[in-house]
Design a protein around this ligand. Sequence first.
Ligand code: ZN
Length: 255
Amino acid sequence: MSRRGGPRFVDSHCHIHSEEFDEDRDLVVERALKSGVEVIVTSTLSLEELQKALSIARRYECIKVSAGFDPTRLSFEEAEQLAHEVKRLRGQLASIGEVGLDYFYVKGSDRDKQVEIFRFWIKVASELKLPLVVHSRSAGKYAIQVLLEEGYDRVLMHAFDGSSGWALKGASRGFYFSIPPSVVRSQQKMKMVKALPIENLMLESDAPVLAPTPGERNEPSNVVVSAVKVAEIKRVDFLEACEVFYLNSKNFFKL
Ligand SMILES: [Zn+2]
């Protein structure tokens, strides 16, 4: 329970630092807080985004920053440059990510390069002893395979779009899966939620994308939408489910 008396939440993955929120970020954060969201973990994709997110996080106590690298960028040199800064800024970071694989945009032999860069970031997370937030669009199975090979298990698979079977393989190694509000309209997500133990679930908004209504701007307060749907699918009391998601996130990110 929060001080408000209602459920409390962590938005484990979103992009609140992105320009879609530059005009009204104060209001968006206020709505999140009013809904019981205590912590918003914003995931960056580049050095520029990381710097912006860190400056925003200095203004809002509830915003924590994750340092990631756009999976569709295939420059090892650029990844190494960013990692250098990430190591320097380690004390200000909640996690590494999002990093990972994107087979929706990246095809052919470029995928090998993508896998190598993903392995590089897994090693960075392991070296810095930070949790890892993983993007795996159209590459769920491959991302899980790489993670199992690397042997790193402090993992959050965000908006996982792979099969429930591969999700379960990850869950058996202690991986977490964060469920976005688009669960209300995605058969694949509903099926996955049904298959996974609630102990392996967290909530995310992935704002500004993956809103409950397609095409609408999403925001962190919508983790409540995910919570309602997941509790319903798991047939668990809403407040109890919320507390499980909340504690999973708190423990995972060491908040
Ligand atoms: Zn995202």
